[in-house]
Design a protein around this ligand. Structure first.
Ligand SMILES: [Zn+2]
Length: 212
């Protein structure tokens, strides 16, 4: 079973970021990709193809943050985005260490996709760059927009670790928070599988941060 985690910011403020997760019936068998399938910065093609499928974007720009996280974007990322990613991962690693976790706490363990937002304001009018994802698991939920949901971020691969966040033109702290929050699922997956299972699906509630 493969898990796809989606977070929506339906309330419009990061402080009330509502976390969502979808368990999709996708195979996890082909998660190890041969090196020959890699491109740009060691990011493998399967993960790029997945991200393009989920977002509808074409990703052509590969780089790394100053601390070494892999970044994939449509165009050259703003320096604020790279800083936000490093900040989000720094926050994530700090709280993870406080809880005794040690696996996958390196910047280079993460691939962050920066996608074009499908909306920049939520239903309340607040700045909220979110990506629309097809999410059958949320049909009928309060987040359902008719077969898709708007999400602030999405975690979709755990080997390698990959997540999506939307391009921001301001409120880069929100961007950092999304990376931090999405990363919680990845940290749990590799350090505490029971907690991962308990928190992966928030379609009926639950939010982030999970660890304080
Ligand atoms: Zn979540």
């Amino acid at each position: 079973m493969k898990l796809t985690t989606l977070h929506t910011n339906s309330q419009g403020t990061i402080g009330r970021l509502v976390a969502l997760a979808v368990c999709a019936a996708l195979s996890v068998g082909a998660l190890v990709v041969p090196a020959s399938a890699q491109r740009g910065g060691g990011v493998n093609r399967r993960v790029v193809a997945q991200a393009e499928s989920y977002t509808g974007d074409t990703f052509n720009y590969f780089t790394e943050t100053p601390r070494g996280a892999h970044v994939v974007a449509r165009t050259r990322p703003r320096v604020e985005w790279l800083r936000a990613i490093d900040q989000g991962l720094t926050d994530l690693f700090a709280v993870a260490r406080r809880h005794g976790y040690s696996a996958r706490l390196n910047y280079s363990d993460y691939v962050i996709f920066i996608a074009r937002p499908d909306r920049t304001r939520d239903s309340t009018g607040a700045y909220s760059p979110d990506v629309a994802y097809v999410a059958p698991g949320y049909r009928g939920s309060i987040y359902d927009q008719g077969g898709y949901i708007y999400a602030a971020g999405m975690t979709f691969s755990y080997e390698p670790n990959a997540l999506v966040v939307a391009e921001h033109d301001r409120d880069f702290q929100r961007m950092a928070n999304v990376v931090h929050y999405e990363g919680e699922h990845i940290v749990f997956y590799h350090n505490d599988r029971q907690l991962f299972q308990q928190t992966a699906d928030h379609s009926r509630g639950g939010g982030h941060p999970i660890l304080q």
